[in-house]
Design a protein around this ligand. Structure first.
Ligand code: ZN
Ligand code: ZN
Length: 584
């Protein structure tokens, strides 16, 4: 439901077509508009959605609203928002001029502005705005700061709000947002980043060779403040663009599940570390569903495309159940990564302002000697379905799409906070660490877990991948840096179907009703891993960040009267809870 957040532009339009009392066009647009800016405020939005159609477009309302806001959409949105809040508090069911008049600010005043709320739009003078509205608005927004409690980032006094901004789309990633906004502003993403005041460590604001990949994961506090200021996004909206805020759902993005000891540093510091040595977060590449990228058909998505989603950077998200497609990582035209060039580039061709957000940014390695080769530029929404992996057996497809739907519900902000793993209740974020641990064991010991595959077709998919990994493991054994050897089994697959197939088995094993049933399935893998390579199997048998119940299943052999259950309770100091009581 997001729309353009462009108050200057909208103000131009509104003034060019002043509302008539009986006009429906602009006013209908207004009715469509306020739903967007209330996106963050659930109650108010719900109330606004429930308003009687035509409430704002009939009777004296249009004239009143125009008189009150001078047609400035930003002010209109705020007036409606205030009115909804007022109505909710007073129990009114209608917005009326009388009710709205309780909102005390005026477009002309400089003294009675509502305090503390960061303005997403500038103060405007009541005089008619002409063709230079945008210029005037920009000037007023920076020179009449006294009228609004503008929080100007310290040390960035030369920073100016961007002339236009955008509402983030649902689950949009920061690189995706930068691509859309830079295209809209007709500058490259690199210059946009500089103009937005990022990174704060950079005093020279004229050149930026590359946009750091860390930006997708987290930003320093001064960078967040600068970005909020320049784009007029709220703190919450900026957080929502960053992968780090998925940490409550996804263990690899949660510092608590990432080390043998939880990292006890400043939050921002531990968030920053999430980008390093974290193969289960795709920091240097993104996946995508061509159909999702095409957008939802709304005006803004038709012009700038749909969201480059954050979830596409998590390997457990491997397909789009909505469009029944596996996600892609490589351009259908040139075969390269579509957004990144090197491992330390968040966005390739950062100065290229010509490329649409949905175009491939790779520079194909052709035989040309020209220094500046054109980008591939393929329209990524046009990726043909017939070049995508095919699973012939509908049971294979159904198994993977069902699994994906389950994972997406786990990852969604309103998904379950806790889920069951080997029969015990654990945090959802940690479940993904459990999965990841079991995946490594499955690969190392393949074909040991082969009988657990949902279909023979999915087992064959893993056969090929496991053969490749076994080969890599052997080759790495001959190399001096032997500590890299286990990554042959711990890294997530590059191919979405393989990822789905192996996660399907891992999920099946973790779904065991209790720790003993899980041990029946997992201990054979543990024993086989020890047989293959005792020292290297050790970290795979006690995976980082996995839940206590899983660690006990993988490592503990019941002796005498002490059962696995007792052992889990002892380690968890009695805090572990069983998912079921049926197996006591
Ligand atoms: Zn899709
Ligand atoms: Zn391409």
């Amino acid at each position: 439901m997001s729309q353009i957040r462009d108050d200057f532009h909208q103000a131009d339009k509104a003034v060019a077509e002043p509302w008539e009392c009986d006009a429906s066009g602009a006013v209908v647009q207004v009715e469509g508009l306020f739903e967007l800016d209330l996106g963050g405020a659930g109650e108010v939005r719900d109330f606004a959605f429930g308003l009687r159609p035509g409430m704002l477009t009939e009777g004296e309302m249009p004239e009143y609203l125009f008189r009150r806001t001078r047609g400035i959409v930003g002010l209109l949105k705020r007036l409606i928002e205030d009115g909804c809040t007022e109505a909710m508090e007073s129990g009114a069911e209608e917005l009326t001029p009388e009710l709205l008049s309780r909102s005390s600010w005026e477009t002309t005043t400089t003294a009675t502005q509502r305090p503390a709320r960061f303005p997403k739009f500038p103060t405007m003078s009541p005089s008619p705005l002409g063709r230079h509205a945008r210029k005037a608005a920009t000037a007023s927004s920076t020179t009449t700061a006294g009228a609004w409690p503008v929080v100007e980032p310290s040390g960035l006094s030369d920073l100016r709000p961007l002339p236009r901004s955008l509402d983030p789309l649902e689950d949009e990633s920061l690189p995706g947002y930068l691509l859309r906004l830079s295209y809209r502003l007709n500058i490259g993403p690199g210059p946009l980043v500089l103009r937005a005041g990022l990174p704060n460590s950079r005093r020279d604001r004229t050149t930026l060779i590359r946009i750091p990949v860390s930006f997708a994961v987290s930003l320093d506090e001064p960078d967040i403040i600068a970005l909020c200021y320049s784009t007029r996004l709220s703190r919450r909206e900026v957080d929502g663009l960053l992968l780090a805020s998925l940490g409550s759902r996804y263990g690899a993005l949660n510092p608590a599940y990432r080390g043998r000891q939880p990292h006890r540093g400043r939050d921002s510091f531990s968030a920053k570390r999430l980008q390093y040595n974290n193969p289960w977060v795709l920091t240097t590449r993104t996946q995508y569903c061509p159909d999702c990228l095409a957008g939802d058909g709304s005006e803004i998505q038709r012009s700038l495309g749909g969201a480059w989603r954050r979830l596409w950077r998590l390997p457990p998200v491997f397909c789009c159940p909505r469009h029944e497609r596996f996600l892609r990582r490589y351009c259908h035209h040139c075969g390269e990564l579509v957004q990144n060039r090197h491992s330390n580039d968040l966005i390739a061709r950062p100065r290229d302002s010509e490329l649409h957000p949905l175009q491939c940014r790779a520079t194909p390695r052709q035989g040309e000697l020209r220094a500046a080769r054109p980008a591939c530029g393929a329209d990524l929404t046009q990726a043909p379905k017939d070049t995508e992996p095919i699973l012939r057996n509908p049971r294979s497809r159904n198994a993977l799409f069902a699994l994906q739907r389950k994972f997406l519900s786990f990852l969604s902000p309103d998904g379950p906070k806790q889920v069951s793993s080997v029969g015990w209740i654990i945090p959802t974020a940690q479940y993904f660490q459990d999965l990841r641990g079991v995946v490594a064991l499955i690969f190392m010991t393949w074909p040991q877990a082969r009988p657990h595959a949902a279909t023979p077709e999915l087992a064959r998919v893993i056969d090929a991948e496991a053969a490749r990994r076994h080969g890599l493991f052997r080759r790495r054994g001959a190399e001096p840096r032997k500590n890299l050897r286990s990554t042959a089994y711990t890294d997530p697959p590059d191919d979405p179907v393989v990822t789905g197939a192996v996660l399907e088995i891992a999920d099946r094993l973790l779904r065991s009703p209790d720790e003993n049933a899980a041990a029946d399935l997992l201990v054979p893998l543990v024993d086989e891993a020890k047989r293959i390579h005792q020292p290297i199997s050790y970290p795979l048998r006690s995976p980082c960040g996995a839940s206590i119940p899983l660690l006990v299943v993988l490592a503990y052999h019941p002796r005498g009267s002490r059962s696995r259950r007792d052992h889990i309770q002892r380690i968890a100091e009695g805090h572990s809870i069983r998912a079921t009581s049926s197996c006591d």
